[in-house]
Write a protein that binds this ligand. Structure first.
Ligand code: MF3
Ligand code: CO
Length: 253
C-alpha cells in the first residue's frame, strides 16, 4: 500500500501566528538560561515556564498531550528527551536539555536547548556544540530545491563525523495548528530522497545526539527516554519556516 505524505503549506498570515507562539518559546529560554544553576529543581523550571505561558494568554502544549504531566521536558545527562520535571536538583557538571511547546490561539511553537550547569567537562561541551551545529546545518539545508532527507543526511553526516550518534527512535516533525504534523523528520537518511521542500512548510528540526550508542530505552515512568549505555545526550530544536531563501527561524527573538 502506498500512503501519501501531505505537508501543509502555511500562508504568510499563519506564519505570523506561528512566530508569535514561538516568540513565547524563545522568551522562556532567555529566562531559563538565567535560572539554570546548581541546586535548582527541575520542577522550579517548569513552574517558571508555565507561568510565563499563561501570563501571555497561551497554553502549555505538552501538558495533557498523551497525558504528559508537565509544561517542560527536562532531561539531564543520559536522559535524551521527555524527562518529567520533579524534585531533582541540578548539580554542577550536569547538562540539561529543556524542551517547551506553546499553543497561542491554536498555533504551536516548539523548541529545545541544552544548557550546562556550572562548569562541565570538555566532552560534554563538545557534545553540546556538535548538537547545536547539527541543528544549524539542518536549517541551512532546509530550502526550496532540496528534499526533506537532505536535511536528515546532513545532520547525520556531521554528527557521525564528530564521533557521536544520532537517535533513531525520535524525530523532528511538521508543526502548525497541531504540535505534530507530517512529515516526520529523521536525523538520519539518504541525500536526494524524500519530498521536495516548498515555501510555506513549517518544521520543528530537533537533532538528539548521543555520546555513545544511538540506542535508547524508556524508563518505567513511561516517558523518560535514556541512552541504552548510560552515556550523555544533547538536544537542540527550532521551529523554522521554508522561504524563498534561507529558512526563517521562528523560535528566536
Ligand atoms: N519536542 C518534543 C516533540 O516534539 C516534545 C514532545 S513532549 C510531549 O515531540 F510531552 F508533548 F510529548
Ligand atoms: Co518537537
Amino acid at each position: 500500500m502506498h500512503t501519501m505524505v501531505v505537508i501543509e503549506i502555511k500562508s504568510s498570515r499563519e506564519i505570523e501566528q506561528l512566530k508569535k507562539s514561538n516568540a513565547i518559546v524563545a522568551e522562556i529560554f532567555e529566562k531559563l538560561k538565567k535560572t539554570v544553576a546548581s541546586g535548582v529543581t527541575t520542577r522550579e523550571l517548569d513552574r517558571i515556564a508555565e507561568e510565563m505561558i499563561l501570563k501571555r494568554g497561551a497554553i502549555p502544549a505538552f501538558k495533557g498531550y498523551r497525558n504528559y504531566p508537565a509544561t517542560l521536558c527536562v532531561s539531564i545527562n543520559e536522559e535524551v528527551v521527555h524527562g518529567i520535571p520533579g524534585p531533582r536538583r541540578l548539580k554542577e557538571g550536569d547538562i540539561v536539555s529543556i524542551d517547551v511547546g506553546v499553543n497561542l490561539n491554536g498555533y504551536f511553537g516548539d523548541a529545545a536547548i541544552t544548557l550546562p550547569v556550572g562548569e562541565i567537562d570538555q566532552k560534554a561541551k563538545r557534545l553540546m556544540e556538535v548538537t547545536e551545529k547539527a541543528l544549524q546545518i539542518g536549517i541551512e539545508m532546509a530550502r526550496v530545491g532540496n528534499r526533506l532527507y537532505d536535511i536528515s543526511h546532513a545532520i547525520q553526516k556531521w554528527v557521525e563525523s564528530n564521533g557521536f550518534s544520532v537517535v533513531r527512535d525520535f524525530v523532528g516533525h511538521g508543526i502548525g495548528k497541531s504540535l505534530h504534523e507530517e512529515p516526520q523528520i529523521p536525523n538520519f537518511g539518504s541525500a536526494g530522497q524524500g519530498p521536495r521542500l516548498e515555501k510555506g512548510m513549517v518544521f520543528a528540526l530537533e537533532p538528539m545526539v548521543n555520546e555513545g550508542t544511538h540506542e535508547v530505552k524508556i524508563l518505567s515512568d513511561g516517558w523518560t527516554v535514556v541512552t541504552a549505555d548510560g552515556k550523555r545526550s544533547a538536544h537542540f530544536e527550532h521551529t523554522i519556516a521554508i522561504t524563498d531563501g534561507k529558512a526563517e527561524i521562528l523560535s528566536m527573538l
